[in-house]
Design a protein around this ligand. Structure first.
Ligand SMILES: [Zn+2]
Length: 333
């Protein structure tokens, strides 16, 4: 048993309380490799933003849970080396799908876990979530739960259709489970193809797809039911068209990839939404930078020469999200 506190990590409790009060949101960035982690920590340290490092099931399969946890521990030390005196870094399990998995992460030093039982019938979702909460809270580890279903594909989490969260269920759910935060479904979606062309309109000037707006009425109704309760948005990449264009320009093929417009996320950040999950945007930045090097310097074979530029572009992306979208800069001096 390792306590996250020994590793210099923090849970989400205070982070979220401050974010709701201050009208901003905490970035939750997924990581699978060293360059991504370096970029996240550098961006957070330079902007003094609290940050949530997320580990998904796909990441654990790809990079190994043990290695990822030690990398997060190393990230705290790296942050201090960068001059961030009191780093606020949370290590979070993204989309935990069983009690055993959540328990293993709690025991192993994670400071926060998500139990995603949203695909189960309502009563079973409550029972499993409560079981995880009861265990995690003994060690002061915070728990995120989910109500409603997001469309899209994220590693091994996939659903074709979305079901908006039912605001009439949230009080009962939060009370009976004791969860610390709640992921809701209001039209965000996993992956780089969040909407089909049929769901969108097309901007006549640019020819780009314009996605349908988020269901802010559902968010408002949830906040009315649960005033001041931390709300989480998954699948909130914006799929920056500059990266999509770079990828396509240098031999990639991502037609009609479309995400959530940043102004909608900016609006959500000012509400009780206090955690916004961003993964696909970083994948796009990484791929765009690597493709550019490969296209322009075909003789290059040193991974540092293409992973380095990828890291730089991701750092720039993370800083942009922190400063211009979530507003979390300067909140963790
Ligand atoms: Zn998710």
């Amino acid at each position: 048993m390792v306590s996250f506190k020994e590793l210099g990590l923090v849970n989400t409790r205070e982070m979220f309380a401050k974010a709701i009060k201050g009208g901003y949101a905490i970035p939750a960035f997924n990581f699978n490799n060293m360059e991504q982690l370096q970029a996240i920590i550098k961006a957070s340290a330079e902007t003094k933003s609290p940050v949530i490092l997320q580990v998904s099931k796909g990441a654990r399969n790809y990079a190994n849970q043990t290695l990822l946890r030690y990398m997060a521990q190393g990230a705290v030390e790296y942050a201090k080396e960068l001059g961030w005196e009191h780093p606020q870094i949370c290590l979070h399990l993204d989309h935990g799908d069983s009690f055993e998995l959540c328990k293993s992460c709690v025991d192993f030093g994670f400071s926060s876990v998500m139990i995603d039982a949203s695909a189960l019938p309502y009563e079973e979702n409550i029972a499993l979530t409560k079981k995880v909460v009861d265990y995690a809270h003994q060690f002061d580890v915070t728990v995120e739960a989910e109500l409603g279903v997001l469309a899209g594909v994220e590693d091994e989490v996939a659903s074709e259709v979305s079901h908006y969260t039912k605001p009439e269920e949230v009080v009962d759910f939060a009370t009976r489970t004791g969860c610390d935060s709640l992921a809701i479904s209001i039209g965000t979606s996993h992956g780089a193809y969040k909407f089909t062309p049929e769901q969108c309109t097309r901007d006549p000037k640019t020819g780009r797809l314009v996605p349908p707006p988020l269901a802010f009425d559902v968010l408002d109704a949830v906040m009315e039911q649960l005033p001041g309760f931390p709300i989480v948005l998954h699948g909130s990449s914006s799929v920056p068209q500059e990266y999509v264009d770079m990828i396509n320009q240098y031999g990639g093929k991502l037609p009609d990839a479309v995400g959530i417009p940043e102004e909608q996320l900016r609006k959500a950040s000012k509400s009780a939404v206090c955690k916004i999950n961003i993964d696909s945007d970083s994948r796009l930045a990484f791929t765009a930078a690597v493709r550019k090097v490969f296209a322009e310097k075909p003789a290059e074979f040193d991974p540092r020469k293409y992973c380095g530029p990828a890291r730089d572009l991701m750092t720039e992306l993370y800083k942009h999200k922190i400063i211009n979208v979530l507003g979390s800069d300067g909140k963790a001096e």
